[in-house]
Design a protein around this ligand. Structure first.
Ligand code: SF4
Length: 345
């Protein structure tokens, strides 16, 4: 059994069922997540007997050592080759005062958004809890070498988090646990392409921030670039977002700008209306192109005009700086391709 797939509650339940004291779960979690000790032998405050029994019951297998590709702007892409040959990626994005990790939840993605390289590569499988949390452990270990720490986590890497819902919830549980990785809810954002029937449940069962890949303001355009819109149309999505219990959380609308497709003044005005309806902020994302992409990036002058239209309607709209483009580590560029753009054999 992989111990990294257990939340604290499930580990406590399992261990007490085996006759162990409840607090053993806390001790073991602290060793793994906080001291990064991955063998029971090294857990010196456990009795010899416990160490031996735990070694017989559990495996502690974090992700294999990643290959690290560093981009000129300091962004680091961590590429993990899993035991079954699947490749997943996580990206450490350095900013002035913080280090954000972009996490993957699936190997590939079934949603096939037209502007996304990951989607163009197809879907392989959901990641296990240990493979999701393992990306955070690995990134922390990489940063530790330079005396830095992760400050924010965004579920915006490969895959649609809400299609791996149970494992997403368990991972968030471990990430926020005092005996786990101890992140505050305000530092965690889950991004969805619009799986409307899970959005409210996510809000009820966690208190993390939500980002929604909106990218178009009517069904006709949205369905052309995001096939998921055929399943959950804009009205259903907006209804779900209206029902997202916000409180201390925040909703951000992500909007990738595709030249002469969704970057017209009428798009900006309709986007402003939606943002006001949801009391949401808007992140404008310059399109990161990739080989075979069907769209062109909107020129920066036009992006600024688009932003001004939103601001004039009193909507907070930021332009997200593109990071890591030279190492295919930027938004929508992750995929099981080698960093030089050649397909894996
Ligand atoms: S943008 Fe996100 S949801 Fe869409 S294909 Fe890419 S990874 Fe999947």
């Amino acid at each position: 059994m992989q111990i990294l797939n257990f939340t604290r509650n499930s580990l406590e339940e399992f261990l007490t069922g085996q006759g162990f004291k409840r607090f053993k779960a806390e001790q073991v979690m602290q060793w793994i997540y906080q001291k990064k000790v991955f063998s029971f032998e090294g857990m010196t405050n456990l009795s010899r007997q416990d160490r031996e029994t735990f070694s017989q019951i559990f495996e502690i297998t974090p992700l294999p050592e990643p290959q690290i590709f560093k981009s000129k702007d300091g962004t680091r892409k961590l590429t993990f080759t899993l035991e079954d040959g699947n490749v997943v990626e996580a990206v450490i994005i350095p900013e002035e005062k913080r280090q954000t990790l972009c996490i993957s939840t699936q190997a590939g993605c079934p949603l096939r958004c037209a502007f996304c390289r990951t989607g163009s590569l197809g879907f392989s499988r959901n990641l296990e809890v240990r493979e999701i949390v393992g990306q955070v452990i690995a990134a922390e270990m990489v940063l530790e070498e330079s005396g830095q720490r992760l400050s924010n986590l965004v579920f915006m890497g490969m895959g649609e988090p809400l299609l791996n819902f149970d494992n997403l919830l368990k991972s968030i549980d471990i990430l926020m646990d005092d005996f786990g990785l101890n992140f505050s809810n305000r530092r965690i954002t889950v991004s969805t392409a619009g799986i409307a029937d899970r959005i409210v449940e996510l809000g009820e069962r966690t208190n993390v921030n939500l980002a929604v890949s909106l990218h178009a303001v009517n069904d006709e355009k949205r369905s052309r670039i995001m096939p998921v819109n055929e399943r959950f149309g804009l009205k259903q999505l907006l209804d779900a977002l209206k029902g997202y219990p916000v409180g201390r959380k925040m909703i951000v609308l992500e909007y990738v700008l595709l030249n002469n497709f969704n970057d017209l003044p009428e798009d900006a005005l309709a986007l402003a209306k939606i943002a006001k309806l949801l009391d949401a902020k808007v992140n404008l994302i310059p399109f990161n192109t990739f080989p075979g992409a069907k769209f062109e990036p909107t020129p920066m002058k036009k992006i600024l005009e688009f932003q001004n239209l939103l601001v004039a309607k009193h909507v907070t709209a930021l332009i997200r700086k593109s990071r890591g483009g030279d190492e295919l580590a930027a938004c929508g560029q992750l995929g099981r391709l080698k960093h030089n753009g050649d397909k894996d054999a």
